[in-house]
Ligand binder design. Sequence first.
Ligand SMILES: Cc1cc2nc3c(=O)[nH]c(=O)nc-3n(C[C@H](O)[C@H](O)[C@H](O)COP(=O)(O)OP(=O)(O)OC[C@H]3O[C@@H](n4cnc5c(N)ncnc54)[C@H](O)[C@@H]3O)c2cc1C
Length: 79
Amino acid sequence: MQTWMYPPDPTEKNASIGGNISTNASGGRGFKFGTTRDYVKALKVIFSDGSSSFIERGKYFADKNGKIVFDTYAGKKNI
Ligand SMILES: Cc1cc2nc3c(=O)[nH]c(=O)nc-3n(C[C@H](O)[C@H](O)[C@H](O)COP(=O)(O)OP(=O)(O)OC[C@H]3O[C@@H](n4cnc5c(N)ncnc54)[C@H](O)[C@@H]3O)c2cc1C
C-alpha cells in the first residue's frame, strides 16, 4: 500500500486538491513544511477546448507579454 503525505494541511476539509493547488492553500503546518506549491511537481491540465498538456514545474515560462506556448497532445497551444 502506498502512503501519501500532504504536509501543508489547509484547514478547510471540503476543498478539492485542484482548488488547493489553484489557490496555493496551506494551513499552520505550512510555516514548517511549506505551501501546496512546494509539493506540486507536475500537472496534467485540460484546456477549455479539450486539449491537454502534461506540465512539469519549470518547463514553461511566460514571455514579456505574458504569453505561454504549451506543448499539448494535439500540438502547440498559445495562451
Ligand atoms: C472554513 C474554511 C477554511 C479555510 N481554510 C483555509 C486554510 O487554512 N488555508 C488556505 O489556504 N485556505 C483556506 N480556505 C480557503 C479555501 O479553502 C482554499 O482556497 C481552498 O484550497 C479552495 O479549494 P476549493 O476546492 O474549495 O476550491 P474552489 O473555491 O472551488 O476553487 C478555487 C479556485 O480554484 C479553481 N479550481 C478548483 N479546482 C480546479 C481544478 N481541478 N483545476 C483548475 N482550477 C480549479 C476554481 O476555478 C477557483 O478559481 C478556507 C476556506 C474555508 C471555507
